[in-house]
Design a protein around this ligand. Structure first.
Ligand SMILES: N[C@@H](CCC(=O)N[C@@H](CS)C(=O)NCC(=O)O)C(=O)O
Length: 107
């Protein structure tokens, strides 16, 4: 799976949870806002992504993960998406509510 992460380049913040999941899962990804402007990256690329997303799937704030034509936002939602695709999802039926409760306390 390859994807693009959009998150503020100056801070770790919520983006770091997504980076850790991507690294642990061995995903190929670009940290777009950390790329130089000549590679179409940097904060302007992040702002373009935010401004270009008005409508049904409004992300509200970074982090945003783009996978193909899908745009996924909200940190807990991104982590749940990645856990399933990177083979990291717990098998217990109550694991998802537990993760959501933990993440709402952390974030
Ligand atoms: N509930 C969202 C919160 C996203 C959020 O607050 N992102 C912060 C950085 S950690 C931000 O970019 N805030 C600027 C803003 O809300 O305009 C999530 O978990 O992803």
């Amino acid at each position: 799976m390859s994807c693009d992460l959009y998150y503020w380049p100056q801070i770790q913040g919520r983006g770091e949870f997504v980076r850790l999941a991507l690294e642990a899962g061995g995903a190929a990804y670009r940290d777009v806002a950390c790329l130089p402007a000549r590679a179409d990256g940097g904060t302007p690329a992040l702002l373009r992504e935010l401004q270009g997303t008005a409508g049904a799937d409004l992300p509200f704030a970074p982090p945003i993960l783009k996978v193909g034509s899908e745009r996924i936002s909200q940190t807990a939602n991104i982590l749940n998406f990645l856990a399933a695709r990177l083979g990291r999802a717990a098998k217990r039926p109550n694991a998802l509510p537990t993760r959501c409760t933990l993440s709402s306390r952390i974030w």
